[in-house]
Design a protein around this ligand. Structure first.
Ligand SMILES: Cc1ncc(COP(=O)(O)O)c(C=O)c1O
Length: 400
């Protein structure tokens, strides 16, 4: 009998070699206590968090916590059912209204995660004879949405407007086409040229979906994302987002102005065939989204943090994923996995947590130390972070 696990042998071996070298497992860290959006206790040590998606620092907001507690008291711990049966409470309608207000759009549909939002919308919208044209560096949930459906997949080179245009022009003019883009790409923290991409997509008669998971709350005048910042939000057909980043809880959504959008509630399997979010979660999300609309000061501070960290890391001699800071994500490129893991561990010992990212999550086989900033990191903390990078970088030979 063939052991179905044998296909994982190379990965098991790579992992064992890494751990035998004495490195802590970078994918198994435990947060023993979380003191605030920027500080936790890990391995008994105070650790600055620079590897969360808590961009706007909403997880400890007193209003958000109070709303969650109240909903837990009033509605219990879970819905135990699908949105189309017993799983729609007033809180689910309230968070969908909060999203409609936030994006100034006609429709909002909440899923149990952002991953499911991509699975559901992409697989349902693009059918058998349709085409999905997507950036090759798209998130796993976008690829999995393609795999769940049966449309033809046409990838194009990352952030390359000309390549997108060429692919679109080769497709049958009358065929259904869905162009799938992201506002901020989460591995390198770079922003898509959405204005140009939406223009070529519309010229080819395609519908456009933009995943704004890493830009919601932060980018754009009112935090609506890159589509808002580049002035094309009204031309985008679907915006996908998540509650697991700037909103500070868990859940996913799609907003749209399409007049037939509501039919998705009956035909989208990852919406129908799963339990809805707990009442406490939708209550915290609705409160957080309401507050994000008026968080201009936090957005300004987060940009300052991003610029300060980018400039400081560059000055220390690290190679970064972008020439200029484009988002709250700053990727430090490592020469290989071994050095990346050693540097990750040295930083943890200094008291700093960042994400170690490696293929297949990363593009072009890169190993990255991914830093994601929070609007609540103080100027002093950014200084401390740079000091830790300097010490760990010298200890591991990453910088001289
Ligand atoms: C671009 C993108 N889309 C979707 C998701 C999925 O979000 P969620 O955590 O809500 O499942 C992520 C999560 O990392 C993401 O980076």
């Amino acid at each position: 009998m063939g052991d179905l696990f044998s296909k994982f042998d190379p990965l098991i071996e790579q992992r064992e070699t890494l751990l035998q070298g004495g490195v802590t497992d970078p994918f198994n860290l435990v947060m023993e206590r979380v003191e605030s959006p920027t500080v936790a206790i890990c391995n008994g040590k105070r650790t600055i968090l620079l590897g969360t998606y808590n961009y706007m620092g909403m997880t400890f907001d007193p209003d958000v916590i109070a709303a969650g507690k109240q909903a837990l008291e009033d509605f219990g711990s879970g819905t135990t059912g699908s949105r189309v049966l017993n799983g729609t409470y007033v809180g689910h309608k309230a968070v969908e209204q909060a999203l409609k207000d936030f994006y100034a759009m006609d429709h909002a549909m909440v899923f149990s995660t952002g991953y499911q939002a991509n699975l559901g919308v992409i697989s349902t919208m693009a059918g058998k004879d349709d085409y999905i044209i997507l950036d090759i560096d798209s998130h796993a949930s976008i690829y999995d949405g393609c795999a769940l459906g049966n449309a033809q997949i046409v990838p194009f080179r990352h952030n390359d407007v000309e390549a997108l245009d060429k692919r679109l022009k080769r497709l049958p003019p009358e065929a259904g086409k869905l162009v799938v883009l992201e506002g901020v790409y989460s591995m390198l923290g770079d922003v898509a040229p959405l204005k140009e991409m939406v223009a070529v997509s519309k010229a080819a008669g395609a519908m456009v979906l933009v995943d704004e998971a890493h830009s919601m709350g932060f980018i754009g005048e009112r935090g609506r994302g890159v589509a808002e910042a580049q002035g094309v939000i009204d031309e985008v057909d679907f915006i996908i987002g998540t509650f697991s980043k700037s909103v500070g809880t868990v859940g996913g959504f799609c907003v749209s102005n399409h007049p037939k959008f509501e039919i998705l509630r009956l035909v989208c399997r990852p919406y129908v065939f799963t339990a809805s979010l707990p009442p406490s979660v939708v209550a915290t999300a609705a409160t957080s989204i309401g507050k994000l609309m008026d968080s201009a000061d936090k957005r300004t501070h987060l940009w300052e943090n991003s610029k300060r960290l980018h400039a400081g890391l560059r000055q220390l001699g690290f190679t970064l994923g972008t020439d200029e800071p484009q988002s709250a994500i700053i990727a430090v490129i490592m020469p290989d996995l071994e050095t990346g893991a050693a540097m990750w561990e040295a930083l943890l010992r200094e008291g700093l947590y960042v994400n170690l990212a490696r293929p297949p999550a990363t593009p072009a086989g890169m190993t990255l130390l991914r830093c994601s900033l929070c609007a609540l990191h103080s100027e002093d903390q950014v200084g401390e972070i740079l000091g830790m990078f300097a010490a760990a970088g010298r200890a591991t030979g990453c910088i001289s």
